[in-house]
Design a protein around this ligand. Structure first.
Ligand SMILES: C[S@@+](CC[C@H](N)C(=O)[O-])C[C@H]1O[C@@H](n2cnc3c(N)ncnc32)[C@H](O)[C@@H]1O
Length: 243
């Protein structure tokens, strides 16, 4: 005879409002839209970047990671899965944080994950973190160098900063700068490579790699779902590179 297994807890969709019209979707900020569709919002490189970070920073179950601007929780959840680390994430968007918690419960509730709604410019913690993953999120803060300095105050001695920033070799064309500002809400100037690296100039570099982006053709992009909006399928993309 076998014991009856307990029924799994039902994980309920966490957002109280479900948009019914295109206008309601368009009214959402970028991070709230990410939450609305539960997008797996990732830094450049996604899983390849996580593996590189985990390897070069020797991340394991003894460590406590901070996931800065965690959106729906990809970085913290997948690094915890990969390494057994404990992780804390925060984001300004309450909806994104709700989805990070939802994804945790849905995908792997045994992981040791905690999420907070918080503004990174004032976020504090009663303990330091051995690892801080900031991905490409510094650019989302109004003053990226100031935010980079704040992160160092949250870092334990001999801790690691894990970053995967975008940069562009030259100024963005006006249409790309407008999308960056108006759609993604990024008000800081797009960094070039030197400026992106300078954000962490006082740290020892344990691993650094450059990756050149290869633009996809319009036909290739055609296979993806693209929201209707001020873009057309044939508009040139922002043409950013990433470090
Ligand atoms: C593209 S996502 C970051 C994605 C990913 N975590 C990464 O590694 O690059 C940008 C996120 O920054 C968050 N954000 C913007 N300003 C913030 C602030 N002042 N404090 C905390 N989060 C902020 C937004 O809510 C959004 O979810």
């Amino acid at each position: 005879m076998t014991a009856t297994a307990a029924a799994p807890a039902v994980t309920r969709w966490p957002l109280p409002t479900i948009p019914r019209t295109a206008e309601e979707v368009w009214a959402a900020s970028y991070p709230d839209f990410v939450a609305m569709v539960n997008q797996t919002n990732v830094m450049p490189g996604a899983h390849a970047t996580l593996s590189t970070w985990a390897l070069h920073s020797r991340l394991d179950r003894h460590h406590h990671l901070l996931d800065v601007a965690c959106t729906t929780g990809f970085t913290s959840r997948e690094l915890a899965r990969l390494t057994g680390c404990t992780a804390t994430g925060f984001d300004l968007s309450a909806d994104s944080v709700a989805l990070a918690r939802y994804n945790h419960q849905l995908l792997d509730p045994a992981l040791n994950l905690t999420y907070h709604q918080a503004d990174g410019t004032t976020y504090t913690s009663d303990h330091a973190f051995t690892h801080i993953a900031v991905g490409a999120a510094l650019g989302f803060f109004p003053d990226p160098p100031a935010m980079a300095r704040r992160l160092l105050n949250l870092l334990a001695p001999d801790g690691y900063i894990l970053a995967s920033p975008f940069w562009a070799p030259e100024a963005l064309p006006d249409h790309a700068a407008a999308v960056r500002r108006d759609v993604f809400g990024i008000t800081s100037p797009m960094e070039n490579r030197d400026q992106a690296l300078a954000l962490f100039a006082n740290l020892d570099v344990l691993h650094q790699a450059d990756h050149t982006l290869t633009p996809e053709s319009a036909d290739a992009v055609d296979g993806h779902v693209i929201p209707q909006g001020p873009w057309s399928r044939n508009s040139p993309g922002p043409g950013c590179a990433r470090g």
